[in-house]
Design a protein around this ligand. Structure first.
Ligand code: BEZ
Ligand code: FE
Length: 619
């Protein structure tokens, strides 16, 4: 049997395109090329264009608006007659381009578009207008701008958030072109190249928004995606976005960004070839998951819930979009679940259960239980995230380096646990079950057992530079009765943010001591005001922090470990109110109840008073 011959219709929409850095400087030539001499400039930022045009710029209209409302168009239209305009120049995103088209539709005037986002509509003959709250779309070759000036320089300042959502919007045009009923080999080429460029450029832009190479890549990608949008019919994704924007007021580009991977998962079964192409363009195996991961990594909004849609509206959205069977995908998009392509993955359950069963001979059932659950979760993690061999090796390398970094004074695994919030999670679950006791906080790697015993009144910072601090501490039980003879270990960093164990040249313990509460439950000492400091970040944990754009700083704090017979040991920290990084402590140790005022003292220094409330021990 012979394969049926491929058959398709392809309409090219011809416009003249100038691409490069600084192409705006050619605006006057291009205007004259169209035989025009009286330009109406459309857009919020048209100063540079006006300067290039000189006397050719006869009027400007800045009031562009989303979804091209007809009232706005009418306002702008009055300028056309008033000034004898013979050419429209739009500069900006989809709203500016849309207004240019709306005016062209009413006047027949030629347009030049100077797009500054990745919307793509500058190369489509399509216009969506809103009148009386309803959006209507028309398609007419006359709507197509005659000339498009892509000026990379104009996109350098596009904020990262907008670049990301606008770029994902462009990717949606390319994806839907690949499974469009009107798909054809020409448009497929544009789509694949658009996806490759955008997937490559957007992460670079997120890191360096003014990188001209990445900006150029993204802008070419957006142009190609725009050609896709204008050449073939778009599918379920665009229908859903239309409903979500039109009837539920969700923001255009953000909605695209959230919805795309879920609609792809919905279409994956019936469009395997399109998915294979998208996955290949993104260097991945599972297209919907790869787009989801890209959007997540770029910090795009993650769910329809986040965009303000009510869960109860999902069936209405599904119904209005006329897309059968899409409700489940919409639910996933609403929750922000990572989409999984249906049914293609090998089933791991036999392997997983084999490994879990291998632990059952363990003499301690708790060991078997913990290991079994860990293996189940790790296997699930590998499967759900399609972890590649490279990623797995990277993780092994990371852990190996963490282990090699460990020494008696450098606990890289503790730091890892701290920076992943695991230490705080264990601490919260084990120590903070009673709301009446002083909350606990992580121990950290700088505690040294058996600090020097000193009497109340001692100065822990003898001879060290820093803002003098006087601390007055009271220890009570839950009824406010003083706890005498409690052993209280205190430790802190120096003015430069280092603990003594981090300074090999230092002799003996510094800025750490053991005190005892007196008969009234009180103790007091002098020291220096703690300052913020970075946790050690010259190892793998530091790599992780940098790779995720996190800083390594801890908010300024004093450490306490308090033990008394009959009471639960309390390990905690007091944070200096008004200090830096209270909202973004690198180890997630800050709790509101532990943020304390350190008011000025009599000697030009600072003071702190605090009452620690201990819970009774269990036994
Ligand atoms: C600390 O406060 O000493 C600390 C806690 C966790 C990680 C690093 C330092
Ligand atoms: Fe500390």
């Amino acid at each position: 049997m012979t394969e049926p011959v491929e058959s398709f219709t392809y309409t090219a929409h011809a416009s003249r395109v100038l691409f490069g850095a600084g192409t705006l400087s050619r605006l006057r030539d291009e205007t004259e090329r169209l035989g025009a001499s009286r330009v109406l400039l459309l857009g919020r930022r048209t100063d540079r264009a006006a300067a290039v045009l000189g006397p050719l710029a006869v009027a400007r209209f800045e009031g562009v608006a989303m979804h091209t409302p007809v009232e706005v168009t009418e306002d702008a239209l009055s300028l056309v007659g008033e000034h004898g305009v013979d050419c429209l120049v739009s500069i900006g995103g989809g709203s500016a381009t849309g207004l240019g088209k709306a005016l062209a539709a009413r006047t027949g005037l030629p347009q030049i578009a100077v797009p500054t986002t990745y919307a793509g509509s500058e190369v489509t003959p399509v216009l969506g207008e809103t009148a009386d709250g309803e959006k209507r779309t028309r398609r007419d070759p006359a709507l197509l701008p005659k000339t498009v000036l892509y000026d990379v320089e104009l996109t350098l300042g596009l904020p990262v958030g907008l670049s990301v959502t606008s770029g994902l919007n462009a990717m949606a045009h390319a994806v839907e072109a690949l499974y469009s009923p009107e798909a054809n080999p020409v448009v497929d080429r544009f789509a694949v190249d658009a996806l490759t460029r955008l997937a490559r450029a957007l992460p670079s832009i997120a890191e360096r928004p003014d990188d001209p190479e990445a900006r150029s890549d993204a802008l070419i990608g957006a142009w190609l995606a725009g050609i896709c949008l204008g050449s073939v019919a778009m599918g379920p994704h665009h229908k859903l976005c239309h409903v979500l924007g039109g009837s539920f007021g969700l923001p255009h580009a953000e909605t695209h960004a959230v919805l795309l991977p879920h609609v792809m998962a919905y279409r994956a079964g019936s469009a395997p070839e399109a998915m294979r192409r998208v996955a290949a363009a993104l260097g991945a195996t599972d297209a919907p998951a790869a787009v989801f991961d890209l959007a997540t990594r770029l910090g795009a909004p993650g769910s329809l819930a986040e965009l303000g849609l009510a869960e109860a509206d999902l069936p209405v959205v599904a119904e209005q979009s006329g897309t059968p069977g899409v409700l489940e995908a919409l639910g996933e998009a609403w929750r922000g679940d990572r989409p999984v392509a249906a049914g293609e993955k090998p089933d791991l359950s036999r392997l997983t259960e084999q490994v879990v069963a291998s632990f059952s001979p363990a003499s301690d059932p708790r060991v078997a239980g913990l290991l079994g659950d860990l293996v189940r979760r790790l296997h699930g993690f590998v499967a759900d995230n399609d972890v590649t061999e490279d990623e797995w090796m990277t993780a092994i390398g990371f852990l190996t380096r963490a282990g090699q970094m460990c020494s008696p004074t450098r606990q890289e695994f503790v730091l890892l646990s701290d920076t992943l919030g695991i230490s705080s999670a264990v601490d919260l679950l084990t120590n903070s079950r009673s709301p009446d006791t002083t909350p606990s906080a992580v121990l950290g790697p700088f505690y040294v057992d058996g600090p020097p015993a000193v009497a109340s009144g001692a100065n822990l910072a003898e001879g060290l530079p820093g803002v003098p601090l006087r601390a007055d501490v009271l220890i009570t039980d839950l009824d406010g009765r003083p706890v005498p003879d409690a052993v209280v270990d205190v430790w802190q960093s120096n003015q430069d943010g280092f603990y003594d164990v981090q300074l090999p040249d230092l002799e003996g313990p510094v800025l750490r001591a053991r005190l005892r509460s007196d008969a009234d439950g009180r103790l007091w000492f002098s020291s220096i005001l703690p300052s913020e400091y970075p946790i050690p970040d010259d190892g793998p944990v530091g790599e992780m922090l940098r790779a995720t754009g996190r800083h390594p700083y801890r908010a300024p704090h004093l450490h306490f470990m308090i033990s008394a017979p009959g009471f639960r040991k309390l390990v905690t920290q007091l944070f200096v109110a008004g200090g830096k990084y209270l909202d973004s402590d690198a180890v997630f140790g800050v709790k509101d109840e532990l943020i304390v005022e350190f008011p000025p003292g009599p000697d030009g220094g600072r003071t702190v008073e605090f009452t620690f409330r201990l819970g009774a021990s269990d036994g």
